[in-house]
Structures are given as C-alpha cells and as structure tokens.
Design a protein around this ligand. Structure first.
Ligand SMILES: *[C@@H]1O[C@H](CO)[C@@H](O)[C@H](O)[C@H]1NC(C)=O
Ligand SMILES: *[C@@H]1O[C@H](CO)[C@@H](O)[C@H](O)[C@H]1NC(C)=O
Ligand SMILES: *[C@@H]1O[C@H](CO)[C@@H](O)[C@H](O)[C@H]1NC(C)=O
Ligand SMILES: *[C@@H]1O[C@H](CO)[C@@H](O)[C@H](O)[C@H]1NC(C)=O
Ligand SMILES: *[C@@H]1O[C@H](CO)[C@@H](O)[C@H](O)[C@H]1NC(C)=O
Length: 599
C-alpha cells in the first residue's frame, strides 16, 4: 500500500484559478481553471460521495451537516487563500471534518480512524469501506409521483439524496462515474415526470443507467483490487494492455508518459480521494486530447465535450485502427541476438514495451490474456537467458504465446458451449453449485450475486464477434470481486492462493479448483428441511431467488454430493413445491412429497 502516495493535491489549488505550481502554457491555465470551476460547483456532491463511500452507515442528515461545513470552508478559503487550513490536502480536510461531526465517529464505529493522522488516517478510511453492502436496506423505491414532486420542490436536495443512496451502495466506484450517473438520472426524471406512465418510464429508462454503473464499478473495483494487492507494476501492466489495444498508433514513449498520469489518477481514485480522482482523470484526458494526432483518430468528438462527459466518451470510444504497416510480429523480442542484454538493462521497461508491442498487434485479446502472455515471456526469458544459446531458445516464443492463447480460448469455448447446452437457468444452477463448492464460506447472498454476474457475462458475450475477449475480461471481474478490493480476504486456503498468487492467471487457477475439502458443513437445522407455505406466495423474481437461495444452501449442507445429484435433488424439490402449492394443505403434501434433504 506504500504506493498510495502522500503527494495529494493541495486544497487551495482546488479553488484558485491560477497557481504558481501549475504549468503556465495558456491552454493549461484554461484547463485548470475549468476543472477548478467544476470542482467548486460540485463541492456538495463530491462531499456526499466521499462521505457516503467512506462511512456507508452515515445518515442523510449527517451528510447535510458535512456539506454545510465543507461549503463554509470553501467560502473561507475563497475569501482568504492564505489561511493555514486552506493549504491542506483535500482528503485530509474532508476526513478532519467527518471526524469533527459530534458523536458521529462513535456512532458509526470509526473513531479509531480519527485518532490517526494523514496517510495512516486516509488508509484507515479506505479500509473502512465495505464491499458487501448486505447491511444496508435495499435501495429505496419511492412512488414515482412522490419522486417527481420531490424533484420539483427541491432539485438539489433530491439529487443529493439520490447520490447518497447510490454512493453508499457502490463505495468503490470513482466519483466522475457517479456524477455522470446522477446527471443521467436527472435527465430521466425530467422526461418521466412529464409522462402519464411514470413508473413504467422510470423502469425502462433507469435500467441502462444501473447497468452502466454496475459495469464501471465492477471494472474499477477489480483494477483497484489489483493495485492494492499487487502494486504499481501490475496496475501499469493492466493499463499498458488497455491503452495499447485502444490506441495502437501511440508510440511507446508517449504511452509511458501517459501512464504516469494514469497511475496518478488511479492512486487518487482507488484511495477514495474524490478531488484527486477528478483532477487525475481530467489530467489524463487533457493529455490524450492535446496529443490526438499521435494517439487516436477516434476521439475528436469526445474531446470537444465538457467534463465529465468528455472522460466518459473517451473511455467508451472505439478502438483505433492498427497502423497499416504494423506486422503481427515484433522481431525485436524473439529474433534479436541481444534480447537478454536488453532485458537486463532495464527489465521493467523492457517487459512493459513487450506488452505494449504485443497488445497493439492483438487488439482482439482480453486484458488478462495479454498479461498472461507477458508473464509467459518473462518466464521463458528467465529460462532461456541462463542457457548456452539463448537465441535458439527464445526464437520459439511465439509458439508459447499461441499455446497460452489456445488454452484460454478453449476455456471460453467450453463456457459458451455450456450456455448453449444448458440455457440461462441451467447455466445459473451450474455456476451456483460450482462457486458454492469452491467457496462455501461465503454468504449465500454473495454467492448468488457472483453466480449471476458470471451468467450475465456469458449471456452477454457468447456469440459476439469478440466473444473471447468479452468473456475473459468479464469473468475476470467476477473473480476480482470475489478476491476483494481493500482487504486480503481469507476464504479458504485454495481460494486465497488463487487470489494472491498471480493476477493474470486467476482464471485458470480458479478453473482448476475442486470443492473445498477442509470445509465442514454446518449442522442441519430443523428449519432447513421443513417446508414453508410462503413458497406458495412467492412469484416470479422472488420465487426464483428463493429457489436459488435454497440451492446454494443445499450445496453448503451437502458439498459431498456430485453436481448431478445436487441438480436432481434441486429439481425434485422445485417440482414438489409446484405440485404441493396447488393442494389444499401444501405443508402436508410437502412433508410427503418433499425430497429428504435434512439428513
Ligand atoms: C488572511 O489570513 C492571514 C493568515 O491567517 C491573515 O494574516 C490575513 O490578515 C488575512 N487576510 C485578510 C484579508 O483577512
Ligand atoms: C468497530 O470497529 C472495530 C475496529 O475495526 C471492530 O473491531 C469492531 O468489531 C467494530 N464494532 C462494531 C459493532 O462493528
Ligand atoms: C500463432 O498464431 C497466429 C494467429 O493465430 C498465427 O498467425 C501464427 O502463425 C502462429 N504462430 C506460430 C509460431 O504458430
Ligand atoms: C494485502 O496483501 C498485499 C500483498 O501482500 C499487501 O501489500 C497489502 O497491504 C495487504 N492489504 C491489506 C488490506 O492488508
Ligand atoms: C428425484 O425424483 C425421481 C423421480 O421422482 C426419483 O427417482 C429420484 O430418486 C429423486 N432423486 C433424488 C436425489 O431425490
């Protein structure tokens, strides 16, 4: 965690339109005043995001108190920049104010963070974030008429409320993404509040926003998880692969310089420092937009947009075309006589350049696959460079790369085949059983959520032309969530090993896992074998959830059964439920019909 640097942005820069430490190129001054203005205008939202993500238990009233304090602080610093408190790091100021809220640290159990200072305190707040939000009530669903009334009465308070509810349930998503989500939600509210069928309108129009948030959150969590667990080198490899695929025209030197901005951005965003995150992202996008000629031909339209839409547009822009004269093979890494010497001169830079060259030539590969190939190459040179005739040995590197890719392709083909064979429901049952056997220690809710994500990945990706990259990327995010973001989870030794051994090889590692042998099932409670009539009241989605919960708990109780037996038992059970619910006395029927699962 050392890599979360202390060099925060000084808080007063936050509000100044010009500053000595910023570059004096005219366009830079313009950019920096834009971002300052943006941050200033959004002080309220940003305060809410940071507080709700750090202290998810906090109430909306406590939020509002803090927003008031922060706004007063901003006004004090705008009036007199030389006040000592105005030269503090933004995140320190915010946390200081959170700690100063009377009774709040005790009430929500984070006083231990307040007794620390600076870096230690920021780290403590980061560790206070809980990825699993089961302890929060479900997202409040207001009646649409009430919603529209609330919006009309007080736009700011309505949007702040929304931001609060979303942020506390997505504690790792980056602030700019939340600002976009809130802006889109407002658009939806504007449209839907004019409609007759408000509820219907909200439902259909809000769904893509939720999806957008989920996808971004999942990606950002996994990347931050990788950064916090494996450090800067892995963060950089991920971004080299991502940027080289997207911008294959970029030169390595330019990419290296861009990466400095990118890793500074992640440093702020992963820590939960909303100001540093927004500034960092702005810096990255300024860099990209100011060098469009040498970076990408596909982002011109994006660069004309304003923050934060500009950033979102660039992130979602299409991959640029591969330069015409770029051969599929870079001879430098396999055919040259002095590969080993070059590696030894500066190994980090050498392997970074390898991933760059390989990624821009193989835009159709997934990010984890590109990192796997990077690792295969490192291992190969580790072996070859100790031999008598290294060039003879590493000349065949490409075979190894292809072998690795073929293995991964096969895995994805099998996964998609499973989808074709089993259909969506069958696929769900398959993954719930599989995940529960591997990690029975996880809560039923978490296993359900991971299983659903895996199935969504396959149903979204299989049959797409980019099937391989799509599945491999998304399935890797599921494992990223399972492995944890701001904590090193201890689930069981086999799972823990896969999570921390090697970031790129998580997928194959998990694929090889068998049921956890050390796991001791809980004693069967009376409750789990008896049938409750409320099964008959449940419908559609709720019924489906009940069934799945039953299945996961069944696997937890009977991990020794084969997948086939578990499936039959489960299917027999659902058939019995259906039959008995049609009877006068379901309970009696069920006790006769229900399969024995309690012994
Ligand atoms: C601004 O604050 C500094 C430091 O506290 C103080 O010396 C100075 O008089 C203040 N200036 C104004 C205009 O209030
Ligand atoms: C409060 O936090 C401490 C330190 O993290 C922890 O040990 C304790 O279990 C927490 N108590 C509650 C009620 O959450
Ligand atoms: C590796 O795979 C690529 C793409 O399928 C192919 O063009 C290339 O000839 C293969 N190289 C070797 C050495 O098999
Ligand atoms: C998790 O493990 C990594 C690597 O061993 C370490 O750098 C990091 O500080 C640990 N994280 C936590 C939250 O303990
Ligand atoms: C499931 O039901 C079938 C047909 O009723 C029965 O033959 C089988 O033994 C049941 N299987 C289990 C595991 O209960």
């Amino acid at each position: 965690m050392k890599q979360l640097k202390l060099t925060g942005f000084i808080f007063f820069l936050f509000f100044l339109t010009e500053s000595l430490t910023l570059s004096t190129k005219p366009q830079d001054v313009d950019d920096s005043s834009n971002i300052q203005k943006f941050i200033e205008e959004n002080t309220g939202s940003l305060t809410i995001i940071a507080f709700a993500q750090y202290v998810q238990e906090a109430t909306i009233d406590e939020m509002e108190m803090l927003v008031k304090d922060m706004k007063a602080y901003k006004d004090r610093c705008l009036a007199n920049q030389t006040l000592p408190e105005c030269s503090e790091i933004a995140n320190n100021v915010l946390q200081e104010m959170i700690c100063a809220l009377e009774g709040v640290p005790q009430k929500h159990n984070f006083s231990h963070c307040c007794s620390k200072v600076d870096f230690e305190r920021r780290l403590c707040f980061l560790y206070n974030k809980k990825a699993n939000v089961e302890f929060l009530p479900p997202f409040p669903t207001l009646d649409p008429e009430e919603k529209c009334q609330a919006y009309k009465n007080n736009r700011e308070s309505f949007l702040n409320h929304y931001m609060y509810e979303v942020a506390r349930r997505n504690p790792f998503v980056f602030a700019p993404a939340l600002l976009i989500v809130a802006a889109r939600f407002e658009e939806v509210a504007k449209i839907c509040c004019e409609e007759e069928q408000k509820a219907n309108c909200f439902r259909t129009k809000a769904a893509p926003i939720t999806q957008y948030l989920k996808a971004l959150s999942s990606y950002q969590k996994t990347v931050c998880g990788a950064y916090l667990k494996f450090g800067l080198k892995v963060l950089n490899s991920i971004n080299i692969a991502v940027f080289s695929k997207k911008f294959p025209q970029i030169e390595f030197k330019e990419l290296t310089s861009l990466l400095e901005d990118v890793s500074a951005m992640y440093d702020g965003c992963c820590e939960g420092d909303v100001v540093r995150c927004i500034r960092g992202q702005n810096q990255v996008m300024n860099h990209i937009c100011s060098k469009q000629d040498s970076i990408s031909s596909k982002i011109e339209g994006c660069c004309e947009k304003k923050i934060p839409e500009r950033e979102d547009c660039i992130i979602n822009s299409k991959k640029d075309d591969r330069p015409k004269d770029l051969s599929l093979r870079e001879a430098k890494f396999t055919d040259s006589e002095n590969v080993c010497q070059e590696r030894d001169t500066d190994p980090d830079n050498f392997f970074a350049e390898f991933i760059y060259e390989y990624s821009r030539r193989h835009q159709d590969l997934s990010t984890p696959e590109l990192l796997r190939i990077g690792r295969v190459y490192e291992d190969l040179l580790g072996d070859c460079c100790n031999r008598e005739n290294p060039p003879d040995c590493y000349r065949h590197a490409e075979d190894k790369f292809n072998e690795t890719t073929e293995k991964s392709l096969k895995m994805v083909q099998q996964e998609c085949q499973l989808f074709q064979n089993l259909g969506k429901d069958g696929l769900k049952y398959h993954y719930f059983i599989k995940l529960t056997k591997i990690a029975p220690q996880l809560s039923t809710e978490e296993l359900m959520s991971l299983g659903n994500e895996m199935v969504t990945a396959l149903t979204t990706c299989c049959t797409l032309s980019e099937e391989f990259a799509c599945v491999d990327n998304l399935a890797d995010l599921v494992l990223g969530e399972l492995c944890g973001i701001n904590e090193n989870r201890t689930i069981n030794p086999a799972v823990d090993h896969c999570c921390k051994a090697n970031f790129a090889f998580r997928r194959p590692c998990f694929e090889a896992l068998k049921a956890d042998k050390m796991y001791v099932p809980p004693p069967v409670s009376q409750d789990s074998s008896t049938f409750h009539a409320d099964w008959c009241q449940a419908q559609n989605e709720e019924l489906q959830k009940k069934k799945i919960r039953f299945l996961v708990n069944l696997v937890k109780l009977k991990p020794e059964l084969t997948n086939e037996d578990l499936k039959t038992l489960f299917i027999n059970f659902t058939v019995a439920v259906e039959k008995c619910c049609k009877e006068q006395e379901p309970e009696v029927c069920f006790n006769e019909e229900g399969p024995e699962i309690g012994n």
